[in-house]
Design a binder for this molecule. Structure first.
Ligand code: BTN
Length: 243
C-alpha cells in the first residue's frame, strides 16, 4: 500500500480520478490532492475539500474477494484511521460504519466505491476525507462537522497519512489474505462511539430509536428496539444519527 503515490495540487475528486485509472493501476496506488473542486460525500452529498485544510485521498485496491465481502473494507479503513489518530494522541471514535468523530462531531468520512462482476471484484476505490485545519464550516454542517485543529489537535497531515497507511496495511492484509476480521472488529469495538448507547436508525425515511448492543463477527451492528426486539443490521443498509 502506498508504494505508488500520485499527488495533485487540485483535482475534481480523488475518487473519480482513481476510478478512471484503476483498471491500469497497481493494487495499493494512492491518489492524494491538496484541494478537490468536486469532493464527493456519501448519498450524493458534497464534501468540502479546501486547499491544504485536510487529507483528501483515495486508495485503489484490487483484493481477490467476492463482491459481497467488499463493504467490510470500509470498516477496515475506519479501524485504521481511528487507531492511527489515537496513537497520535487524538481522542477519536468510530460511528459505525463510515464516520470518525471527535467530541461528538465528524472529522472524517469514508466513501468506498466498488467495481465488480458477479463473482469477483475488479477494484475498490477507498476514499478518505479528514478535516485537519478547517476552522470555518458552512452553516448547514457546522453543528455536525469539525476538524482536528478546531478540537485542539495540531497534528501534521504527513504524520496522519503515514500512520493510517501503516495501520491499514496490517488490517487489510489480515482481512484479504488471512480472511480474518478479528483485528478490525476488536478496534471497532474498543473505539466505538455508539456501542452501549441509544441512537436513531434512519431507514426508508423512517427514524427509530434503538440501543446498540455490539458488533457481531461479520461486522454487522446488533441493536435492540424499544420493544425489546434484537436485530442485526448490515453496513450500508441504514444511516444512523447518534444521540
Ligand atoms: C462521507 O460522506 O462521509 C464520505 C466523505 C468522503 C470524502 C473523501 S475525500 C477523498 C475522496 N474523494 C472524494 O470525492 N470523496 C472522498
Amino acid at each position: 500500500i502506498g508504494k505508488n503515490i500520485i499527488h495533485f495540487d487540485t483535482i475534481d475528486s480523488t475518487n473519480d480520478y482513481a476510478k478512471h485509472i484503476a483498471v491500469d493501476e497497481k493494487d495499493g496506488t494512492i491518489i492524494i490532492s491538496e484541494e478537490q473542486t468536486k469532493g464527493k460525500g456519501r448519498l450524493g452529498r458534497q464534501w468540502h475539500s479546501k486547499e491544504s485544510e485536510g487529507i483528501w485521498m483515495s486508495i485503489i485496491l484490487k483484493p481477490e474477494i467476492t463482491p459481497y465481502k467488499a463493504p467490510f473494507i470500509t470498516l477496515v479503513a475506519g479501524a485504521s484511521i481511528v487507531k492511527a489518530l489515537n496513537k497520535l494522541g487524538v481522542n477519536a471514535s468510530i460511528k459505525w460504519p463510515n464516520d470518525i468523530i471527535v467530541n461528538d462531531k465528524k472529522i472524517c468520512g469514508i466513501l468506498t466505491e466498488l467495481s465488480a462482476e458477479i463473482e469477483r471484484v475488479n477494484y475498490v476505490v477507498l476514499g478518505i476525507g479528514i478535516n485537519v485545519k478547517t476552522m470555518e464550516f458552512d452553516s448547514e454542517i457546522c453543528d455536525v462537522a469539525t476538524s482536528l485543529y478546531k478540537e485542539g489537535y495540531e497534528v501534521s497531515r504527513v504524520d496522519i497519512v503515514k500512520n493510517i497507511l501503516t495501520e491499514f496495511e496490517v488490517l487489510y492484509l489480515d482481512y484479504v489474505v488471512n480472511k480474518s476480521k478479528k483485528k478490525t472488529l476488536d478496534i471497532c469495538r474498543v473505539y466505538s462511539a455508539i456501542i452501549g448507547k441509544k441512537i436513531y436508525i434512519i431507514s426508508d425515511g423512517e427514524r427509530e430509536l434503538v440501543k446498540c448492543l455490539d458488533l457481531n463477527e461479520e461486522g454487522n451492528l446488533i441493536i435492540e428496539t424499544e420493544q425489546g426486539l434484537v436485530k442485526e443490521i448490515m453496513s450500508g443498509e441504514v444511516s444512523i444519527r447518534g444521540e
